[in-house]
Design a protein around this ligand. Structure first.
Ligand SMILES: Nc1ncnc2c1ncn2[C@@H]1O[C@H](COP(=O)(O)OP(=O)(O)OP(=O)(O)O)[C@@H](O)[C@H]1O
Ligand SMILES: [Mg+2]
Length: 260
């Protein structure tokens, strides 16, 4: 069953220097309980797509539903079904980890007692228990990332959007995050929509990949299928496959462009 479906989803930004077509009409379907790797070079339109699917940014074209809720007609329903971890987290630096988690629970209308309890549960799940009384401003990058994710999980969302969740994490913290993402899928049936520039991560974690470039989908399928189709062999590296898909192939720099 499709938990996310988008048709012609588009966003053009108006700037002083003219329109920027960040997303040019994305069609995609995500199945319930899958981990989708959403890949693409810098500026491909990944974050813009995530912001639209989580109702933070209005589309200028197309439509989408998330967990059965239409972006245009039921944004509150979409928000209730989603957790979102932005590309660079934005937690308040002066308050403690516990306060941040409790505040998030209260935003989601938990009672005070339940919000305190939920803060403890989330801290346990994300390895933050020892840090509950620390000021957020003193956390390391990886600890802060875990706090961002804990906050996004407060209301047990059906769909979790993670925008480059492991950027800047050490290998151990990255492995912990992979475990967490898999646990969310396997134990809670959570659908995870994840962007990453680490292709080993996309390969290891994703059930399916969607590659975008220039604001449009340029390839989709399992890593194995994409490797076969674009990399030339089922055991091609995802790196070579990605470069072939996005046209930044290992062709010599002085290769003559194809005449059009
Ligand atoms: N508010 C905005 N105003 C103007 N242009 C924007 C705005 N937000 C994004 N863009 C442009 O839209 C394009 C897509 O940006 P987006 O952040 O979605 O890319 P991305 O795929 O997430 O890239 P990265 O891998 O670097 O995070 C870029 O060219 C970006 O400069
Ligand atoms: Mg981005």
């Amino acid at each position: 069953m499709a938990i996310i479906s988008a048709a012609g989803l588009a966003r053009t930004f108006t700037t002083k220097r003219g329109p920027v077509e960040a997303v040019r009409g994305i069609d995609l379907t995500v199945r319930e309980g899958e981990i989708l790797g959403f890949l693409g070079p810098n500026g491909a339109g990944k974050t813009t797509t995530l912001r639209m699917l989580t109702t933070l940014l209005a589309p200028t074209g197309g439509a989408a539903t998330v967990a059965g809720h239409d972006l245009a007609t039921d944004p509150a329903g979409v928000r209730a079904a989603c957790g979102y971890v932005a590309q660079s987290g934005g937690v308040d630096t002066q308050i403690t980890v516990r306060e941040e988690l409790v505040t998030q629970g209260r935003l989601y209308r938990l009672t005070k007692a339940r919000a305190v309890e939920r803060a403890d549960e989330l801290a346990g799940d994300l390895g933050l228990t020892e840090l509950l009384d620390r000021k957020c401003g003193t956390l390391s990058g990886g600890q802060r990332r875990r706090l961002d994710i804990a906050m996004a999980l407060t209301h047990r969302p059906k769909v979790l959007f993670l925008d480059e969740p492991t950027t800047g994490l050490d290998p151990g913290a990255r492995a912990d995050l992979w475990d967490l993402v898999r646990r969310l899928r396997d134990e809670h049936g959570t659908t995870v929509f994840l962007t990453t520039h680490y292709l080993d991560e996309a390969d290891a974690l994703s059930d399916r990949l969607v590659v975008v470039d220039g604001g449009a989908v340029v390839a989709e399928g399992t890593a194995a299928a994409l490797k076969l189709e674009f990399g030339g062999a089922p055991d091609a590296s995802l790196q070579d496959t990605f470069l072939a898909v996005t046209g930044r192939s290992a062709a010599p720099a002085d290769a003559t462009p194809v005449a059009v």
